[in-house]
Design a protein around this ligand. Sequence first.
Ligand SMILES: O=C(O)COP(=O)(O)O
Ligand SMILES: [Mg+2]
Length: 226
Amino acid sequence: MTVCMAPCPVVFDLDGTLIDSAPDIHACVNAVLTQHGVAPLTLDRVRSFVGGGVEVLWARIASATGLDAEQRRDMMASFMVRYHDATRLTRLFPGVTEALGALADRGHPLGICTNKPLGPTHAVLDHFGIRQIFGVVIGGDSLPEKKPDPAPLRAAFAALGADPAAPQALYVGDSEFDATCAAAVPVPFLIYSRGYRLTPIDQLPHRAVFDDFAHLPGLIEAHAAA
Ligand SMILES: O=C(O)COP(=O)(O)O
Ligand SMILES: [Mg+2]
């Protein structure tokens, strides 16, 4: 077992991990559907479509509502205009601010690797005043690849000057996309159990699970010392 000589780098997913953004995504989706005469979808349904980025979201909406390719393209474009600064219904999950502050105070380099496009990602980080705490923010449109491809997460660790293969590096996320991505990097994965995951936790590769951000700094210190 190695002892962490320097605070380990920690990269976070965003939607369903640090923020509960499904209500804003749901509102933007339904505004567009209604505008085009398509019946709205429930919050649970839209939440179940989040995790793979905007193209995956609209592919799932199209198959749920029977949109053709042209309708889907037009509606996705209208969605992006609304989504760009949609923060009104979004909340940080309980304890996130305190956990990020504690990790930053202990010197952990922190980053974001999300499939959410950079525009709405920056808007929401600015809205909550937490953008500066992150040394790198990789969005769903930062690279040609998205999670579960390992490239965006590797880029996040590289920007932090960290080697994800170092035993102490960590990725924290909520979904199947995150678990598969972390395994492909490879980097140990901590899963937040109150996010947007559909698959049972025991079927996803992960190092540890937590349901309260108050426990995260202790979990990370325990991992780093293991
Ligand atoms: O925008 C999405 O679909 C998912 O975003 P996430 O990668 O932060 O969970
Ligand atoms: Mg997520």
